[in-house]
Design a protein around this ligand. Structure first.
Ligand SMILES: Nc1ncnc2c1ncn2[C@@H]1O[C@H](COP(=O)(O)OP(=O)(O)O)[C@@H](O)[C@H]1O
Ligand SMILES: [Mg+2]
Length: 597
């Protein structure tokens, strides 16, 4: 297991700075809590000490009553400070985690580099970062608690050491030594936990996947049809068992460390008490001092042992806070890398120069070159997994090439502001996001109020969705899916594709990219789509990906992608004459679809 990027002190500083930045009163309540935690027990041991001392000194009753009164006042003030902290602190620390840092992390997830996000490392890192933010008992929020606890423990311990300093220094050294032994015992557990964190995290990921799969309505049909219940339940159980076995390994180590802790506490307190009683019997220690020292030793032991326990937990939390910061750094890097400001004129040409790209070790493109001229309509074809969608993501700058350049009108994509860059493209993705809101919202991807409803009406017609919309009581304002609105509608696969197409058309950007927009359409809808294709792509550069090779006839050019290279390029007729791979694919398809060219 590699060392965390950010150490404990750096993380304490990070959390404190975060609190100061976001909620100064929370920082105040934190300090108030530390103050009250330290002072309250001290009042409790000093009060009997002074009362007994007054008796020993034969002071008048009036003095004793006055003393009690003063202690009462101080207790009351400290008690009030504590009430304020106890009221404010618990509520606001969860606010700090979920509403503040959690919200910042959600925002960062939207900005972080897409290649990183879709890589295995990115997925693991975002999950670990989320873990740090997801619960009050670990990570960021718990770290806030531990900072308070550890500070109170440490300050409390120092004060008791000062009170006890008039005793034999050996006593203090012994007490501190015992604390160190407990700490070492506990720290071994923490090391073990840290060493296996990634392994446990991977098991949890698999477990969550099974849980999500069983809950997701998308999978419910297949689960029933294929009788997958036992398979999924057993899989879930397997992961639970594996998690439990790790929990057991950890808790048996915790158990051993707490036994060590207990034995040490027993010996430590035993010796200290015997020593003090001996001093009183000898007559060298007044009873009032005895009371003070007994209280202080008990207090010091408690602070030291709490400090040991809390620092162990603090260190564990700190690992998670480090995970959170590692992810946020990645987001920051992505944000900061968007400096360029060049703009692009319409129409747009697209060029890839010596582009290399791999998913982890899986090389998809190696020195790939391609130019699509301004205003040209090209069809991109190739078997499943040829890299068509990857090529689109590279062109869109969602994936960053490992080498090489992508140019729009000859301008390197890196020199164009990313938002301006993305404005150039209307894209219909295969796996596009569909929101559980109105059809109009799903088309404009803005709130209903901000949507140009006339434009929505136009693209609904163009995409062939008019009939469906007419059949709905609330028309285009009907929610897609019933998830948030019981009067919503469920769309068929083909209707979803039309919706995604309408969305791409609504955006009306200079470059139109359709990634398999017709795969779920019936032949009539598909034929209608081709007919409209020219209207849709007027003045635009466009890339059309489809398995249905007949679609290529509507395009100026066909590109056949195979094994990371364009192996054939030309009009449909040219490629048919070439009688190569494309012609062969087309003939096989024509045979099945009974199409004649
Ligand atoms: N996020 C990813 N991580 C790893 N491999 C991927 C990822 N996305 C796609 N691939 C792989 O890259 C290859 C090309 O995929 P893709 O571009 O989707 O092909 P196409 O769109 O031509 O069907 C496939 O082998 C696929 O398994
Ligand atoms: Mg694809």
């Amino acid at each position: 297991m590699n060392k965390p990027k950010y150490g404990v002190f750096s993380n304490i500083f990070f959390i404190t700075k975060g609190i100061l930045r976001i909620d100064r009163i929370l920082l105040l309540s934190l300090i108030a809590l530390i103050f009250a935690m330290v002072v309250q027990p001290i009042i409790i041991i000093y009060m009997p000490k002074f009362i007994i001392q007054y008796f020993e000194e034969n002071r008048p009753v009036k003095d004793i009553l006055l003393l009690i009164f003063y202690f009462g006042i101080v207790s009351l003030i400290v008690g009030q400070i504590r009430s304020f902290a106890d009221g404010y602190f618990p509520r606001k620390k969860s606010h700090f985690r979920s509403m503040k840092l959690g919200a910042e992390m959600s925002l960062a997830s939207l900005h972080v580099n897409y290649k990183y996000l879709s890589s295995q490392q990115g997925q693991l890192e975002i999950r670990k970062a989320r873990h740090a933010m997801s619960r009050p008992t670990t990570g960021v929020e718990d770290m806030v608690v531990r900072i308070v606890e550890c500070s109170a423990n440490l300050i409390g311990a120092i004060i008791y050491v000062i009170i006890l300093s008039s005793l034999d220094p050996l006593i203090i050294i012994g007490l501190i030594g015992c604390g160190i032994i407990s700490f070492i015992a506990g720290n071994r557990v923490n090391k073990f936990r840290q060493k296996n964190k990634d392994t446990i995290s991977k098991i949890q990921k698999k477990h969550y996947y099974v849980i999500d799969t069983t809950k997701d309505i998308k999978y419910a049909k297949d689960i029933r049809m294929y009788g997958m219940f036992d398979f999924l339940v057993n899989l879930g159980q397997k992961y639970i068992n594996s998690e439990i076995s790790w929990e057991k390994k950890i808790s048996s180590r915790v158990f051993i460390s707490s036994i060590v802790d207990g034995i040490i506490a027993f010996l430590r307190d035993g010796f200290a008490y015997i020593y003090l009683v001996f001093l009183v019997i000898q007559g060298s220690l007044p009873v009032s001092e005895f009371i003070l020292y007994i209280g202080s030793i008990a207090g010091l032991s408690m602070w030291i042992s709490n400090f040991a326990n809390n620092t162990i937990i603090l260190a564990a939390d700190s690992l998670e806070v480090s995970d959170y910061r590692v992810f946020m750094d990645k987001a920051e890097e992505s944000l900061n890398s968007k400096l360029p400001d060049k703009t692009v004129d319409v129409p747009v040409s697209i060029e890839l120069q010596d582009v290399s790209f791999a998913y982890d070790d899986h090389i998809i493109f190696d020195k790939f070159n391609l130019k699509i001229e301004k205003g040209k309509k090209v069809a991109l074809v190739g078997i499943n997994g040829a890299g068509k969608s990857t090529l689109i993501k590279l062109i869109l700058n969602l994936l960053e090439p490992d080498n090489g350049q992508i140019l729009l009108n000859g301008i390197d994509s890196k020199e164009i502001d990313i938002n301006k860059y993305l404005e150039q493209f209307s894209v219909a993705f295969q796996d596009a996001l569909i929101l559980a809101y109105g059809i109009d919202v799903n088309i404009s991807m803005k709130s209903s109020e901000e949507t140009d409803q006339n434009k929505v009406d136009d693209v609904i017609k163009l995409a062939g969705l008019q009939e469906k919309v007419n059949s709905l009581e609330k028309g285009k304002y009907t929610s897609v899916e019933k998830y948030l609105d019981s009067s919503g509608t469920e769309l068929s696969g083909g209707e979803r594709q039309k919706l995604i197409l309408a969305r791409a058309l609504y955006k009306n950007a200079p470059i139109l990219i359709l990634d398999e927009p017709s795969s779920a359409l019936d032949p009539i809808a598909e034929a209608q789509l081709y007919e409209k294709y020219h209207d849709m792509t007027k003045d635009k550069t466009s890339i059309y990906i489809s398995h249905r090779l007949s679609s290529t006839k509507f395009c100026d050019e066909v590109l056949l992608l195979d094994n990371g290279n364009i192996i054939e390029r030309g009009t449909h007729e040219e490629l048919m004459q070439l009688n190569g791979k494309y012609a062969h694919m087309f003939e096989v398809q024509s045979h099945y679809y009974n199409e004649k060219n």
